[in-house]
Design a protein around this ligand. Structure first.
Ligand code: STR
Length: 366
């Protein structure tokens, strides 16, 4: 059988996952507005993909203010929790596991999706030139430039921390197997970490300790709200997504991973720069990451099954997450195991829309 290593079970936190082929978090922008409620179709979509060792959901807002894209779901009220419960039940009925990715988009937002039409918050008032996605009058996705953000007040920072904690409680209530904090790709937590977007002169800006403070406080709050065995985090060291982290440095990236390691989380999820055209990690950097983080490492970003197997066997990572391949192949893990060819991807249906390109990709013929 092909790729045996990827099909050995893995322990993370206090749970066992049936294989190491995971589904990466994938924004699909199909939630119901108003309300940012995931649909019944999402239950079918995720249940179709329950063959993954772990499903990480699309990024999900922890508050109204956390919203940056029209059509991304939330997990900050009871109605959303009820809708998510249908989804987790559908995945569990197919023997799958699912965690919800929690995000605050910070400056990657637009005033039209913000409470009271205000400017979005970030570490500082800096416009780095990002694009987001709204809906036109027919509900179709349209790309627009983000609104220039404003610097978050200390009260607002405390509210962000409280919102992540509350969303974690809602995730537990909704039947998820854990939460993943989105600390990557230039969204709010990354905006505080990156010097390019953080010019604050209070306890949240300046030194690396200060710039890491919000991310680490969010981790601690989520752990308090559930426990360390059910909290993971995604980071994207050495990647400059959304024009945020332009002056990154390897030594600081490893330092941050060491701080995360001290929290004893369920896993560290690395979004490697390759998928967005960045420079691939060196072997030295992989070795340092492995030394800095002692629990499971999940990696994503332009992986093939071959590369995943090699990296797991070399001991640099413990599991792989596939994104676009999981959009197009509901039974991706089983196809990899049997060496069956993959379906063609249709990028025009990645964001927004309905069934087409969502729940209608064919399974392999038995
Ligand atoms: C970047 C990585 C991430 O964590 C989340 C998303 C989801 C929305 C995507 C975004 C991505 C990349 C840029 C996109 C955006 C929707 C609209 C935007 C594709 C993958 C643009 O078209 C510029």
């Amino acid at each position: 059988m092909a790729y045996d290593t990827l099909f050995t079970p893995i322990e993370m936190g206090n749970q066992t996952f049936k294989n190491r082929v995971f589904m990466a978090p994938l924004t699909r922008l199909r939630a119901i507005e108003p309300g940012d409620i995931p649909t019944i179709l999402a239950a079918e979509y995720y249940a179709q993909r329950a063959g993954a060792g772990l499903i990480i959901t699309e990024a999900t807002q922890v508050s109204l203010q956390a919203k940056g894209y029209a059509g991304a779901p939330g997990i900050h009220d009871e109605e959303q929790v009820t809708a998510w419960k249908v989804i987790t039940d559908a995945v569990h009925a197919k023997d799958g596991k699912i965690v919800v990715q929690l995000w605050h988009t910070g400056l990657v937002s637009h005033e039209s999706v913000q409470p009271e039409g205000k400017a979005p918050i970030s570490a500082s008032k800096i416009n780095v030139g990002v694009r987001t996605s709204l809906r036109d009058d027919n509900g179709n996705p349209i790309r627009v430039e983000g609104t220039t953000p404003r610097a978050a007040s200390l009260d607002e920072i405390n509210q962000v921390i409280a919102d992540f904690a509350q969303a974690t409680k809602y995730a537990k209530q909704a039947g998820f197997d854990g939460v993943e904090i989105h600390g990557a790709h230039g969204y709010l937590l990354h905006q505080f970490w990156a010097e390019h977007t953080n010019k604050r002169d209070d306890n949240y800006g300046g030194s690396r300790e200060n710039r890491a403070r919000l991310m680490l406080q969010v981790i601690d709050a989520c752990v308090d709200a559930w426990d360390k065995d059910h909290v993971g985090i995604r980071v994207s060291p050495l990647g400059s997504f959304n024009n945020v982290d332009v002056g990154y440095n390897e030594e600081e990236a490893i330092w941050l991973v060491e701080q995360i390691n001290e929290r004893g989380l369920m896993y560290l999820h690395l979004s490697e720069p390759d998928w967005a055209g960045g420079t691939p990690y060196s072997t030295e950097f992989r070795q340092k990451l492995r030394q800095a983080f002692h629990n499971s490492i999940i990696a994503a970003g332009g992986y093939t099954p071959e590369k995943a197997q090699t990296m797991v066997e070399a001991g640099y990572i413990d599991a792989v997450a596939f994104g676009r391949d999981y959009i197009a192949n509901p039974d991706l893990a089983q196809r990899i195991k049997k060496g069956v060819a993959l379906n063609e991807q249709h990028p025009e249906t990645f964001y927004g829309g309905g069934i087409k390109g969502y729940t209608d990709y064919p399974f392999m013929s038995e």
